[in-house]
Design a protein around this ligand. Structure first.
Ligand SMILES: [Zn+2]
Length: 61
């Protein structure tokens, strides 16, 4: 999956909002859907709610 800088930035912003405020205001720049954070162990996946849209996995919380 290739993402633009803007899309990568949106996923980063969304994860910051999630861990700071517990909710995400940033929406997907590609399709406008919600972005969600899925925590799994000590890594987490930030993904658009639309299937096969944008997502990114981060390690270390
Ligand atoms: Zn999307």
């Amino acid at each position: 999956m290739s993402m633009t800088k803007k899309e990568i930035q949106a996923l980063e912003d969304a994860s910051l909002e999630f861990f700071k405020d517990g909710k995400i205001k940033t929406t997907c720049p590609r399709c406008g859907n919600r972005i969600k954070v899925h925590v799994k162990g000590n890594s987490y996946r930030v993904a658009c709610d639309t299937k096969n849209c944008i997502e990114n996995v981060f390690r270390g919380i």
